[in-house]
Design a protein around this ligand. Structure first.
Ligand SMILES: [Mn+2]
Length: 496
């Protein structure tokens, strides 16, 4: 029997709708999701924390409690970037520990922990904390393809993660690169060398994922990640219903009810329309990922960066520069934050016309060892070009970070109402402060009359725009902003 994790509440809308789905659109269907019998439902972590604070003006912590309440029978799962937590740098151990404690207290059952470089030192503290709390620890292998990455190497990493206490091991194929035969070999290897359940996570980006799942299932994989069909395909996961139908009547039968799944999908078909303006451009097969191994999300970043520099015509040069930079930087897997570091540096190399003439701080820090050990060593020549005679560190990067929670708590004393607010601030300082200010304003109902007037104007504008069928790329008002305003107005007693 194959078990299923559905990503509809996290990775699916992160991949397809820029992570914009609001909690209010999850709650009405959550009781039905709770009836399905999934192994887990992924609903937090990754980019959800950031977008909640930055765009949705929702408290990310409350999303856990709200879903927990209406989904008492389902394991709630989050994605945690090891020492990066859900942010973009390394955080000190005390911040990491408090974050996991709070997430668990709110209701997270399964923590999927990974590190972009597969440096287990960056996962150690997170893993230990999850274990101590008695939550389910899923440790991940960030899957990538390069001359220094082999099936044997990944299997060895799997054994190490088991030794470190993993309850399950996830093959995290974040770019959707894994081929059916590699999936078979890797799962087979892991099943032979470890004794914990193996979980496969992939994306449909290259078109191979569902087939790779089938081969992985034949090799003995225990759990796979899918997304309800309305939020599947493109850069998202393979459709849950297809997998269920595919395995029906076999020894791998998931036992999930297709009729109930159809009902959930119907619901999200409607919800998705609301987020039309955020639809990812890659909804079919991404040939760039097949040829260059560069996922769609990165591609659109390049386009924007080049456009800003008025060098759009150089996109092909950038595409060719990416694998070179990646090789120079020790063949790092391309996942947040390394994907951004490599992509931006490749763009800079092309725009300036001279490799590493100009380097971002992040590139320098990567070479300094501040993100951990790279899969292959960085050559002395490249290192010198980027950080001169500086000596890279060799210790666990977080060992160099003094405790920071108390300092942060003091800094944000004026706005923070508890540890969770301090943690939000630790991760996204400016964004969190803005959020706290707006929260206060909404609660006090300050300027409710003004807000109502603004909201009415926004509604009118949005209606006009949707009639004109124009895209909202120019920073016009968005549906979710409107919803946030509606909430605030309702809170202040103003009904539109
Ligand atoms: Mn993913």
């Amino acid at each position: 029997m194959v078990k299923v994790t559905d990503t509809m509440l996290r990775d699916a809308h992160q991949s397809l709708l820029a992570t914009r789905m609001r909690t209010e659109d999850m709650l009405p269907i959550a009781p039905l999701i709770d009836e399905i019998g999934y192994w887990s439902v992924e609903m937090w972590g990754g980019a959800t924390f950031d977008t909640c604070l930055r765009f949705l003006k929702e408290d990310p912590w409350e999303r856990i409690s709200k879903l927990r309440k209406v989904m008492p029978n389902t394991h709630l799962q989050m994605l945690l970037r090891g020492q990066n937590i859900v942010g973009y740098r390394h955080y000190s151990d005390d911040v990491l520990i408090k974050f996991i404690e709070r997430a668990h207290a709110r209701g997270i059952d399964v923590f999927r922990v990974f590190d972009a470089l597969n440096d287990t030192r960056n996962m150690e503290m997170a893993m230990r904390t999850v274990k101590r709390l008695g939550a389910a620890l899923e440790a991940s292998i960030s899957y990538t393809i390069s001359p220094v990455h082999t099936i044997e190497g990944f299997v060895k990493l799997g054994s190490k993660l088991e030794e470190m206490g993993a309850n399950t091991i996830c093959i995290k194929d974040m770019a959707g690169l894994i081929s059916p035969h590699d999936a078979y070999d890797l799962v087979k290897g892991l099943k032979e060398e470890t004794s914990v359940p193996i979980h496969l996570h992939s994306h449909m980006t290259s078109g191979m994922a569902l087939t790779s799942y089938l081969k992985a299932i034949e090799a003995g994989v225990d759990i796979v990640d899918t997304a309800i069909s309305a939020l599947s395909m493109g850069t998202s996961q393979p459709p849950t219903e297809s997998l269920v139908a595919m395995l029906r009547g076999t020894e791998y039968d998931t036992g999930l009810d297709l009729k109930k799944l159809a009902e959930i999908s119907e619901y999200f078909n409607e919800v998705r329309k609301k987020y039309h303006d955020f639809e990812s451009k890659t909804t079919a097969i991404d040939t760039d990922v097949l040829i260059f191994q560069i996922p769609g999300g990165m591609m659109s970043n390049f386009a924007t960066q080049l456009k800003e520099a008025k060098q759009e015509h150089k996109i092909h040069d950038v595409l060719e520069e990416v694998p070179r930079v990646r090789a120079d930087l020790g063949y790092v897997p391309l996942v947040t934050p390394t994907s951004q570091i490599v992509g931006t540096q490749a763009t800079l190399n092309v725009i300036t016309g001279q490799r590493y003439k100009s380097c971002t701080n992040e590139t320098k820090n990567l070479v300094r060892g501040m993100y951990g050990k790279t899969p292959a060593p960085i050559s002395a020549e490249i290192r010198k070009k980027i950080i001169g005679d500086e000596k890279p560190i060799t210790v666990r990067p977080a060992d160099l970070l003094p405790p920071e929670f108390e300092r942060l708590a003091a800094e944000v004393k004026q706005y923070a109402r508890g540890e969770e607010d301090v943690l939000s601030y630790a991760l996204f300082p400016q964004v969190a402060i803005d959020f706290f200010k707006e929260r206060e304003m909404m609660e006090k109902g300050t300027n409710a009359r003004e807000i109502a007037a603004i909201a009415a104007l926004f509604v009118a504008q949005a209606e006009k725009r949707s009639k004109a069928k124009k895209s909202a790329q120019g920073g016009e008002v968005d549906m979710w902003k409107m919803a946030a305003r509606r909430e605030s107005v309702n809170g202040g007693g103003w009904i539109l």
